[in-house]
Design a protein around this ligand. Structure first.
Ligand SMILES: Cc1cc2nc3c(=O)[nH]c(=O)nc-3n(C[C@H](O)[C@H](O)[C@H](O)COP(=O)(O)OP(=O)(O)OC[C@H]3O[C@@H](n4cnc5c(N)ncnc54)[C@H](O)[C@@H]3O)c2cc1C
Length: 458
């Protein structure tokens, strides 16, 4: 804790210097999943990469006290020693606690527990004038609502308290396969049915590329200490291919189950970064041999870094949108008819976020997150097509009362952006908390036009 206090004092000192000199500055925290492009300039950056320690696991209060650059993989590994896990664990091992809180993150337990930020109970922050403040739903609640999902535009988060829940060793997964006939109309209903089943603790799903005998799969999980009766080899190290391949002995049944170690389940999409690995493989054929040979390079962080470095993030769509459940079908039909990027990721989310950047235009208890990752026919798009498609998707999300996650660039104008988010409240809160020298959220996320190679920082 002493080292932590020392590090934070140093960060606060640097912030104070920028504040006195009235110089804009940014925070740099190392690896990042956001796909915005902007230059790195060490003279205007405050580096917080060294804040990556777990300071305490409190088994009485079921919470972890961690620095922001602790990765989800690191946190889960440590909490499992106490048979605990975070209430929401974002899909990739290298997503950081600070990034998931300040950005947006959801996973298959989100239909019960909401966004990752909803599981953070308290944070320590260095404000834009160098003051250090402890913030929670009880203390400085308004500032807390800015920091959660505020993309670091209210200050630098230096410590977080994350809620944990009891865990078991494994997850029993039930795959419900939805056949192609009628699948288009049944998938969201099946998702709704799944979240109403009290037996399970985790629900997500995928819609596959047609023509395929399976239209979609709904994946439900529950914790168990039971060992699998027999361990069969994974059909594919990429979870989406594994989930799409029905074992022969279950051909007569619409569902089948298997048991996986809990961390393998929580990070099941890490290998291959969902299915983006196909594009990162580039000229190599995507088959089991190539995947095995280069599997160490197929972790999500490496794939997303490779896509960034090659400038590919301006040639493929990586977007997530949260929609009211009654409009989810319409959005899926739009994506199938006009966008044709597969698979689609489905993740129900129970939203009760106090974040001012995560207020949904249509209030609803349960929403469906739909994740789009890739390009039509797995072929990188020309920038202009990428831009038009991104704009189109954004408009459709808006028309259907949805909200786009802000980790990819936004293409709408500033005026349109602030029709979705509350500019008055945002500015007032920034002013109150001396955040004026930090980039404003629209400036941070707006698309900056075509660039040859991506140079991205947070
Ligand atoms: C291909 C892809 C797939 C994805 N799939 C999923 C998914 O399945 N589930 C899911 O939950 N999420 C998913 N995401 C989104 C991802 O979880 C979010 O973008 C998350 O915010 C990334 O966290 P990060 O650690 O990379 O931080 P960053 O992306 O670097 O940070 C997010 C924002 O928070 C700010 N920030 C970071 N640390 C701090 C700090 N200490 N103080 C203040 N501000 C800070 C950054 O400046 C940035 O604006 C996906 C993203 C991509 C690119």
């Amino acid at each position: 804790m002493d080292t932590h206090k020392f590090e934070v004092r140093e960060i606060a000192k640097r912030v104070r210097d920028f504040h006195r000199a009235k110089k804009p500055f940014r925070m740099y925290h190392g690896s990042s999943y956001n796909t915005h492009s902007s230059g790195y300039n060490s003279r205007t950056m405050i580096d917080i990469t060294h804040l990556r320690h777990i300071l305490a696991i409190n088994t009485m209060r079921n919470c972890a006290v961690v620095e922001p650059n602790v990765s989800m993989g690191q946190l889960v590994k440590e909490t499992l020693k106490y048979r605990l896990i975070p209430i929401v664990v974002p899909s990739f091992r290298s997503i950081t606690v600070g990034g998931a809180f300040s950005g947006i993150a959801a996973e298959s337990s989100s239909y019960k527990s909401g966004y990752f930020s909803q599981s953070v109970t308290r944070v320590e922050v260095v404000l834009g004038n160098g003051d250090r403040v402890k913030v929670s739903c009880e203390e400085h609640q308004e500032l807390f609502s800015g920091l959660a999902g505020g993309l670091g535009t209210f200050g630098i988060v230096t410590l977080l308290e994350v809620s944990l829940m009891p865990a078991m060793e494994r997850i029993e997964i039930t795959y419900s396969l939805i056949p192609d006939s009628g699948g288009r109309d049944e998938t969201i209903a099946a998702c709704q049915k799944a979240i109403g089943n009290p037996k399970y603790e985790f629900v997500d799903g995928m819609i596959f590329k047609p023509p395929s005998p399976i239209y979609a799969v709904i994946v439900q999980g529950r914790m168990t200490d039971e060992s699998p009766r027999k361990t069969s080899p994974r059909k594919d190290s990429w979870f989406y291919l594994h989930a799409a391949t029905r074992p022969i002995e279950t051909w007569n049944s619409p569902t089948y189950t298997e048991i996986l170690p809990i961390a393998d389940y929580l990070f099941r999409y890490d290998c291959g970064a969902y299915w983006l690995g196909k594009l990162a493989l580039g000229i190599f054929p995507c088959n089991s041999v190539t995947k095995k040979l280069i599997s160490p390079w197929l972790r999500a962080d490496r794939i997303v870094t490779a896509l960034h470095k090659a400038g590919h993030t301006q040639h493929l769509i990586i977007q997530d949108a949260v929609l009211p459940i009654e409009n989810a079908d319409k959005f899926i039909h739009y994506l199938e008819d006009r966008v044709q990027i597969y698979p689609l990721w489905l993740c129900p989310v129970r939203v009760n976020s106090i974040s001012i950047m995560q207020q949904h235009p249509q209030s609803a208890d349960i929403l469906i997150n739909i994740g789009i990752r890739g390009c039509p026919d797995d072929t990188l798009m020309e920038y202009d097509r990428f831009k038009t498609m991104s704009q189109h998707i954004e408009s459709r999300i808006g028309e259907l009362g949805g909200l786009k996650w802000l980790y990819p660039p936004v293409f709408c104008t500033e005026e349109e952006f602030w029709k979705i988010h509350d500019l008055g409240k945002y500015n007032e809160l920034r002013e109150k908390n001396h955040a004026g020298l930090l980039l404003n959220v629209y400036e941070k996320v707006r698309a900056r036009g075509k660039i040859r190679k991506s140079n991205w920082t947070t």
